[in-house]
Design a protein around this ligand. Sequence first.
Ligand code: NIG
Ligand code: FE
Length: 406
Amino acid sequence: MKTLIKNIGCIATVRGNAAKSGKAQGDVTFTENAWILCEDGKITDIGTGDAPCGAVNTVDAEGNLLTAGLVDSHTHLVFGGWRENELAMKLHGVEYLDILRQGGGILSTVKFTRAASEDELTEKTRDILSEMLALGTTTCEAKSGYGLSVEAELKQLRVVKKLNETQSVELVSTFMAAHAVPPEYKGNKSGYVDEIVNNMLPEIKDLAEFCDVFCETAVFDAQDSKRILEAAQRMGLGAKIHADEIDPIGGSELAGEIGAISAEHLIACRESGIRSMAKGGTVAVCLPCTSFYLGKGFAPARDMIEAGVPVAIASDFNPGSTPNLSLQLAMNMGCYKYRMTPEEVLTAVTLNAAAAIGRADKIGTVEVGKQADFVIWDAPNLNRVFYRYGHNQVKTVIKHGEVIKK
Ligand code: NIG
Ligand code: FE
C-alpha cells in the first residue's frame, strides 16, 4: 500500500546506518517543504515542492516538523505492581541501594511479578505501550529481570513476544536475570551466577537478542558480569551492561573490553571507562530521568561525545529508579542537563538508540530504504520541541507507513 505524507514543514534527520559520535552526532540535515512516499512499510521516495500523485493514503503534516520515530533503547517494561511506598522512604533520605539491601526495591517488584499471571502482565504492559506510542516511541527495548527464575523470566519474555505480535510499538528483548540476587540464593551469589550461565541462558536464548547485567556495588561485580556476558555472547546474544549507575566498579571499562553493544546509565563513569567504550565501539546509553529521580549527578555525556563515544538517550522506564515512560522528557533533560544540542539529542533517540539495539540499518533515520516510522510534531522546527517541555508535543505517529496515532 502506498502512503504519501505531504506538507511537511521540515524533515530533521541524521543520515546513515551506524551510530554517530563526535561532531557527526550533531550533523542533522533539515529538508524544508517536503514530502515522503512509503510503500509496504518502507520509505521509497523523498522530495521537496509539489508532491507526486497516485498514493492511496495521504497524510497532511500541515507544515509541521517530521522526524524518525523515537527509539527507547533502555526500559524495564514488564513488571507486576508499582512501588509508590518507596517515594516516602526516599524523601526521608533512604538510599536506592539500601532499599534493595533491605529486600525491597527490585526484589519487591520480583514478588509482584512472580505473583502476576502472564495475561495480567500482558494487559498491563499493553496499556503502558499505548501511552509510550502516543508520546512518539515507535520501537522499545524491554529487559526482563523481575522474574529471577527460569519460569518467571520466561514469563516476562513471552509477554514481550506476544505484545510484539499484537500491538504497534516494535519490541526488542533483553534477558536480565542478573538484575538482583533472588531470595532463594541469598548469601550465595556465585550459585546464582552459575544458575544463570548453566541453566537460564540455554533456556531463554531464543526469546532474547541481548543479555544485560546490573554491574553495581552489592549486586554483581565486574568479574560476575564478564562471566555472564561472555557466556551470553557465546550463545549468540549481544552484551549490554548497567554500568557506573551509582558506583564506578569497572562496568564501562568491561563494556569496551568485551565489545558490548552498549553500556547504560554511566552516571559515575570515569575517564578510563570513556576511553574503553570509545575503543570498543560501545554505545553509551544515558538515562537523565534516572539521575533526576534518584537525585544523583548526570552522566558526563559531553565528555563522551568529545571522546568519540556515540551517545544514546533512553527513558529507563521501571517501577523503582524512574517510573517515567516519556522519552520526550528524557530528550528535554538531555538538552538541559547534559548540555547536548537539539541535533545531538535527536540523534541520541533515533539512530544511536537504534544502534544500541542492533537496528541502525533499519530504523532511526528518514532515508529511502528505511522503515517508514515517523513522528509528526506539533511544532514547526526542532528547536521548538526542546524549548518547550512537560506536555505531549507529538501530533501524529506513523509506524510501517500507517498512521497509528492522530
Ligand atoms: O535501571 N538499576 C537497575 N535497574 C533499574 C531499576 C530497577 C528497579 O528499581 O526496579 C535501573 O535503574
Ligand atoms: Fe535500567
